[in-house]
Design a protein around this ligand. Structure first.
Ligand SMILES: C[S@@+](CC[C@H](N)C(=O)[O-])C[C@H]1O[C@@H](n2cnc3c(N)ncnc32)[C@H](O)[C@@H]1O
Length: 234
């Protein structure tokens, strides 16, 4: 559920470098795709994903896909707490915590000494246009640009060790998948006409907002962060 290709995901997770036999946490994990990719690459790790709107079979699926090494907890990531983790993933969830700054503070509550963070969220690729703001129902202040995000990260006591800004191709793949799968679902034979109209209208509205509004304006940055406060005296 993020505009990041498999190849970019791989490069980012490689830089996360959790310690051997460490634990990873994925906040607002959706179906746990990021956590699953990390555990696929590192068979020594275990992990937990926290998701408020988990599908009923999602916990079972994630546990099965990771050979019992990951648990999906159906809980509110803003209040959930259960120990310290060597890697914390927070992708596409800044709005849940009230912006990237509060997300960085929330992440620290879960971070083990020398732990690393993967933060992924929206940034302005170009100054926001009125059409983009309208389509996203956002204010210009809601997202930083890349430079502003890096500044914010440092102000919150982290140092970026790697980063990736999604390409237009990655965004296009994400948006076409999003609207395309909804359209496919709507047009399946036998679909209830009311459901079909509703799903098609949602796909059209989203696609119009993207193509006529924020395409090429809203970007997505994924940063791997080291905790610069780790080991320093309080
Ligand atoms: C844009 S999606 C990103 C999902 C996942 N991190 C990814 O990149 O594939 C945001 C996710 O946050 C979840 N979410 C929203 N509010 C939440 C909360 N308070 N606690 C936990 N998850 C939440 C949503 O249900 C959704 O799955």
């Amino acid at each position: 559920m993020a505009p990041v290709s498999d190849a970019s995901v791989g490069r980012l997770l490689q830089r996360l470098e959790p310690r051997e036999t460490g634990q990873a946490l994925d906040l607002g994990c959706g179906n746990g795709a990021w956590l699953r990719s990390l555990l696929d690459r590192r068979h020594d790790l275990t992990g937990a994903g926290v998701e408020l709107h988990a599908a009923r079979d999602a916990p079972e699926k994630l546990t099965a896909a990771t050979g019992g090494r990951a648990t999906l907890v159906a809980a509110d990531a803003t209040t959930w707490q259960n120990g310290a983790f060597d890697a914390v993933i927070a992708v596409g969830v800044a709005h849940v915590f009230g912006g990237p700054g509060p997300t960085l503070d929330a992440v620290r509550r879960h971070l083990a000494p020398d732990g690393r963070v993967l933060l992924g969220d929206g940034v302005w690729d170009t100054p926001p246009t009125a059409a983009a703001l309208r389509a996203l129902d956002a204010t210009a202040e809601e997202f930083p640009d890349l430079e502003g995000l890096v500044r914010l990260v440092r102000e919150h006591g982290y140092e970026p060790v790697h980063g990736h800004v999604s390409t237009l191709e990655e965004w296009d793949e994400y948006e076409w998948s999003w609207t395309g799968s909804l359209t496919d679902w709507a047009l399946e034979p036998g679909r209830d006409p009311g459901d079909r109209e509703q799903a098609l209208a949602a796909a059209v509205e989203h696609r119009d907002g993207w193509l006529g509004g924020y395409r090429g304006v809203l970007g997505f940055a994924s940063l791997v962060l080291a905790d610069a406060r780790s080991g320093s005296s309080p």
